[in-house]
Write a protein that binds this ligand. Sequence first.
Ligand code: PLP
Length: 386
Amino acid sequence: MQPLNRRNKLFLSSRIREMTILANENKAINLAQGFPEFAPPEKLTDTLERISTEKVHQYAPNWGISELREKIALKQSGSFGLDVSPEEVLVTCGSTEAMISCQMALFNEGEKVAIFSPYYNSYEANALITGVEPLFINLDPPDFALDLNRVEDVLKKGVKALILCNPANPEGKVFTREELLGIASLAEKYDIYVITDEVYEHIIFNPYVHINFASLPGMFERTLTCSSLSKTYSVTGWRLGYVTGPENLLREVRKYHDFFTVCAPTPLQTAAVTALGFDRDYYDELIQLYTEKRRILTEGLDDIGIRHTTPQGSYFVLANISEFGYESDVDFAHHLVADYKIAGVPGSCFFADRRNDYIRFHFAKNDVTLYEVLERLRKLKKGEPL
Ligand SMILES: Cc1ncc(COP(=O)(O)O)c(C=O)c1O
């Protein structure tokens, strides 16, 4: 038999999904894969139920149904402070597909992409799949501050595009306007495209504010903004995302989307029009909900005496496990899931320098589950069995 693609060996299946499998096998609480434990908004599920008998069961237009693209264009116009037209919106199967379709459209094999570290796993995998060399720009714990000299050192190595996750997974950093302006001026100086991943744009904690990179002067033309309905409307299984960008770039992204997926699911796109019509109260309540969950988890960890990051946005904390004396965070994660029935993600898979002193937990859980997790962690800390 002929050998398979040599790229298969370059990356593993996602550590996050692997921990989910272990969570299920061990009947553990899954704080690894970031999806809400609670139901999506009722208005949305009611709409889905109502439209299920309508004519929504065949292929949608490749670029997305027009009602949804119009709503997304309106939303982005408000956020970008620019007139975004529905022709500048492409509906995809999640931000995941959006991001790889963007990379396919921009890169030739052998070119270079810049990625901030820590980073969401799929960016590195996408680079390896597309034959692109990832160059990392480290943001150092505990504050993950941006050092523009580091950015420039990497960009000047012939990078074609930079990936910007804002708010960032896993460390919850929200880039300030000043930081974004600094990146923008370097993008201009080195003529670099920017692909953003803004799936947590609505999960952002006071006093931090989300600024779309594409809203900065001159940046719309070189930016492909990827976002998603997954986190904002608690529908990670719907697999709906979108890319916004100038038509000349989007036209090329659309071709990959066409051959990868044909289109995003028509019934879900149709129902999603309702979500994009929610008023300000919905988003304020979402922030309140996650602010309380962040409080429960971070105050609980403080009380137990486990050091951790406090996210400015997104729904993750990195818990510092160095005091538990494990050489490998993967071993620690296995111990945690087997003996304390909590699944987290070994932090090493998010850091280019593979530092292994963190476990990532997400807190999109019911409050009662978070309190149960804290009880179990208290036992772990005391060295007591579950
Ligand atoms: C930063 C980031 N981007 C993208 C995704 C996946 O988004 P989607 O469900 O829209 O594919 C996730 C999911 O955890 C994420 O954390």
